[in-house]
Design a protein around this ligand. Structure first.
Ligand code: PEP
Ligand code: MN
Length: 443
């Protein structure tokens, strides 16, 4: 039986907002409990099978999207651009490395953020930290920073409209493989990586024409399976969107296909682990440089006691300088104990720093180096690198330095839009896909 919300709060949940009005929280939760599921249990099971395949090396997981979605940016254009760059990356990985790619968006629910500090100070003024649109407003005013439970309902509605659009795009012709060129807009095409993509697109066209000529035109050419994911951080929201599957009587989180536990909320005896233990979705758990092999093992035993393949993904985020030394002991121990997990590399969160002009950024080269380290570790241990998690966007933002366009620290000011962590822009995302495809081919 899934614990009640009250029980979870008694256990103690880290990183929760302090709402000023409990009656308003109760009303929002009660309303959320009546709303229809955003995803279906059967879809979650299907994704679990695909993650299991990736953990055996028979597929590769590409998880990507915003660090933090915002309500104002939940527009059709934004959703299409995000989807487009993920589809482009997936095509590059599929074609260049000849493996099926499991596509998971950090979208339709990625609205709540853990913060390292409860407060933010600007010019001597201290206010509560921004915790994502699910909690409070980004504007630096006392009113905007007050946690408002009505926002939980807005998360639901924004997620529903995003997911509706994603479903329409991925099954209604937009994701048709014959669109590979159409996804490559003028601006990308004019870059070296865009030209490389264009050349690959021509080869894919030729292959498709050949397949058609011999009478093969399977459904897979015309639609893709695309899944949603987010960090399940806020107990009120996640608990209210947990439902019992009528087929099996098992609880599922129906706000996203894949949900994960963040680095700051993975305490073995904390409320998040307790909640996640009960739901049947495929789940992730971040592991940073402070995680020991025993921590990893204990988490796996608690979160996946039946050792079900595809159920648990460890998303490691060590940082480029630490992964080669830090990751092996975890993988070794977990593997030696016969524990079934998928290992994914998040090369973003261990590589964040503040540029001299104050922007939070990452170096493209560090991001790539962490992925290379991840592949190296798994190759040397004979284990499987099952995928990557990136923070990226379909737009031409300037948030991460380096890459083929050699974005400099000064260049960050040009178009820095993220409200939390810096994201790979479209060109950097494509470059990354080609580079990761090479690593994958050799692994
Ligand atoms: C994130 O994925 O945006 C995040 C906050 O990561 P982590 O929990 O690994 O710090
Ligand atoms: Mn982030």
């Amino acid at each position: 039986m899934i614990p009640s919300l009250e029980e979870l709060h008694q256990i103690g949940a880290a990183q929760q907002p302090t709402y000023p009005d409990q009656a308003a929280v109760d009303a929002a939760v009660a309303r959320l409990r009546t709303l229809p599921p955003l995803v279906f249990a059967g879809e979650c099971d299907e994704l679990k099978d695909k993650i299991a395949a990736a953990s055996r090396g028979e597929a590769f997981i590409l998880q990507g999207g915003d660090c933090a979605e915002t309500f104002v940016d939940a527009t059709a254009d934004n959703t299409r651009n995000k989807l487009r760059v993920l589809l482009q990356m997936a095509v590059v990985l599929t074609y260049a490395a000849s493996v099926p790619v499991v596509k998971i968006g950090r979208l339709a629910g990625q609205y709540a953020k853990p913060r390292s500090s409860d407060t933010e100070t600007r010019d001597g003024v201290t206010l509560p930290a921004y915790r994502g649109d699910a909690v409070n407003g980004y504007d630096f005013t006392p009113e905007s920073r007050i946690p408002d439970p009505q926002r939980l309902l807005e998360v639901y509605h924004a997620s529903a409209s995003t997911l509706n659009l994603v479903r329409a795009f991925t099954t209604g012709g937009y994701a048709d493989l014959r669109q590979v060129h159409a996804w490559n807009s003028e601006f990308v095409r004019s870059s070296p990586v865009g030209a490389r993509y264009e050349a690959m697109g021509k080869e894919i066209d030729r292959a498709l024409t050949f397949m058609k000529a011999i009478g093969a035109d399977p459904d897979e050419f015309h639609r893709v399976d695309f899944y949603s994911s987010h960090e399940a951080l806020l107990m009120e929201y996640e608990h209210a969107l947990t439902r019992i599957d009528s087929r099996t009587d098992d609880p599922y989180n129906v706000s996203g296909h894949f949900v994960w536990i963040g680095e700051r909320t993975r305490q073995l005896d904390g409320a998040h682990v307790e909640y996640f233990r009960h739901i049947r979705n495929p789940i992730g758990c971040k592991l940073g440089p402070t995680a020991t092999a025993d921590d990893a093992l204990a988490l796996a035993r608690k979160l996946n006691p039946d050792n079900e393949p595809g159920r648990l993904t460890f998303i490691t985020r060590f940082g480029a300088g630490k992964i080669r030394d830090g990751l092996p002991s975890l993988v070794e121990k977990v593997t030696a104990e016969g524990v079934d997990v998928a290992w994914i590399c998040d090369p973003m969160h261990g590589n964040t720093f503040e540029a001299s002009n104050g922007y939070k950024t990452r170096r493209f080269e560090d991001v790539l180096d962490e992925v290379q380290g991840f592949f190296d570790v798994h190759r040397s241990l004979g284990t499987v690198p099952a995928g990557i998690l990136v923070e990226n966007t379909g737009d031409d933002v300037t948030e991460i330095i380096g890459g083929g366009e050699e974005l400099s620290e000064q260049g960050l000011a040009h178009r820095y839009e993220s409200v939390v962590d810096p994201r790979l822009n479209r060109v950097q995302s494509l470059e990354m896909a080609f580079l990761v495809a090479e690593m994958l081919r050799k692994s």
